[in-house]
Ligand binder design. Structure first.
Ligand code: AVJ
Length: 314
C-alpha cells in the first residue's frame, strides 16, 4: 500500500536537489489544511476563481457553445469542495441544459461528501461519481458518445512541471472527441508581492501544510524527521512565472527510516523542493497547446485579472 509512496520518497531524497512530490500533501490532515488555505486572506486564487463562476457562469456557458440536443457530460477532474462547481451547475440547471455531472477523484471520501451535499442542494441533478485516476476513468467513458465538458479548476495544472503539464494536455486531448470542451482554471503571472504571501501566509497555515508532509512520512514510513529542524521557504521567479515551495534544513542533520536502516543527511540550509505552482499567461498556455489537438476559444477573467478560466476545444 505504501510502497509507491516509499519508493518516491527514497528516490526524491537521494537526488542532489532533494525533492518530495506535492501529491503527497493530501492526507486527512493535509486535506483539512488545504481547506483552511482556500479561505486565507493571502490566498487569492480560490476567491478569484469563485468570483468568475459566481458572476460569469452565464458567460462561460455561452462561450462553451454547447450542443443542446443531447445530454452533456460535465466531467470534473478533482472533486474539491464543489463551491465553484455548484455556482456553475446552478446556472446550467436554470438554463434547462440536459446534463450529467461526473466528478472524478482519487478519494472516495471526497466524492461521497461532494455527492451528498449536491443531492441536498440540487435534488434534480443527475450525478455519477467516478473514483479513480483521471485518465483511467476518462478511458472508461471514452466510448460514451455524449458531448463532454471537462472541468479542471484551481490552477491544479500549475502543480505539474512544464514538461509534465504538456504531456497532461496531450493525454487529455487524446481522451476527448472533436467538439468536446475544457474549462481550464489557471492562476496568472503577477508581481511577487502578491504571489509570495499566498504561499507564506501570516497565520502559518501554508507552513503547516508543507511541514505536514514530513509528519506524514514519519507516521507512514517510520522516519524520524525532527520537524522543528525544518523551515518553510517559498520562492517565486517573476520572469518565468514559477513558484516553488521548499523545506529548509535548519542545521546539519541525519534522518533515518525504520531505525537505522536507511538514512539521509542534510546540510545546514539544504532545501527539499516540495511543490511547483506555475503561473500562466496566454502565451505560455498557447505554447503548451501546440502539441495537442486543443485550441483556446475564449477566456474569462476575474475583476482583478488574477485568474483566468480558459475555454479550450478539441
Ligand atoms: C491546489 C495546487 C493550486 O499550488 O496554489 C496551496 C496548492 N499549495 N498552497 C497551489 C497549494 C500551497 C495549490 N493548488
Amino acid at each position: 500500500m505504501n510502497t509507491k509512496f516509499k519508493t518516491d520518497v527514497f528516490e526524491g531524497l537521494s537526488k542532489s536537489l532533494k525533492t518530495l512530490s506535492s501529491k503527497y500533501f493530501y492526507d486527512e490532515i493535509g486535506d483539512k489544511l488545504f481547506v483552511k488555505i482556500m479561505s486565507l486572506p493571502e490566498y487569492y486564487l480560490t476567491r478569484a476563481e469563485y468570483e468568475i463562476f459566481d458572476t460569469k457562469s452565464e458567460d462561460i456557458i455561452e462561450k462553451l457553445k454547447l450542443n443542446t440536443l443531447d445530454t452533456i457530460d460535465i466531467i470534473e477532474l478533482g472533486a474539491g469542495d464543489g463551491k465553484k462547481t455548484k455556482a456553475f451547475l446552478k446556472v446550467l440547471l436554470a438554463e434547462n441544459y440536459k446534463f450529467r455531472y461526473v466528478p472524478i477523484d482519487i478519494s472516495q471520501h471526497a466524492l461521497n461528501a461532494l455527492g451528498a451535499s449536491l443531492k441536498t442542494e440540487f435534488s434534480d441533478l443527475e450525478i455519477e461519481i467516478k473514483q479513480g485516476e483521471y485518465f483511467g476513468v476518462l478511458e472508461d467513458i471514452k466510448t460514451n458518445k455524449a458531448q463532454k465538458v471537462i472541468m479542471f479548476l484551481g490552477s491544479n495544472l500549475g502543480n505539474l512541471d512544464d514538461e509534465a503539464a504538456q504531456d497532461f494536455l496531450v493525454k487529455l486531448s487524446n481522451a476527448l472527441r472533436v467538439g468536446d470542451k475544457i474549462i481550464l482554471g489557471l492562476d496568472l503571472m503577477k508581481p511577487k508581492e502578491i504571489v509570495l504571501p499566498a504561499y507564506n501566509d501570516s497565520q502559518g497555515v501554508t507552513k503547516a501544510f508543507n511541514l505536514n508532509l514530513l509528519h506524514r512520512i514519519n507516521r507512514e514510513l517510520h522516519a524520524d524527521f525532527d520537524i522543528s529542524n525544518f523551515g518553510h521557504a517559498p520562492e517565486y521567479d517573476e520572469k518565468t512565472g514559477i513558484a516553488r515551495s521548499f523545506l529548509v534544513s535548519k542545521k546539519e542533520q541525519k534522518v533515518c527510516f525504520n531505525g537505522d536502516h536507511t538514512c539521509f543527511t542534510f546540510l545546514k540550509d539544504e532545501k527539499i523542493q516540495t511543490e511547483t505552482s506555475r503561473k500562466y499567461n496566454d502565451a505560455i498556455l498557447q505554447s503548451f497547446l501546440q502539441h495537442t489537438n486543443l485550441v483556446q476559444t475564449s477566456k474569462i477573467s476575474d475583476s482583478n485579472n488574477y485568474f483566468n478560466s480558459y475555454i479550450l476545444e478539441r
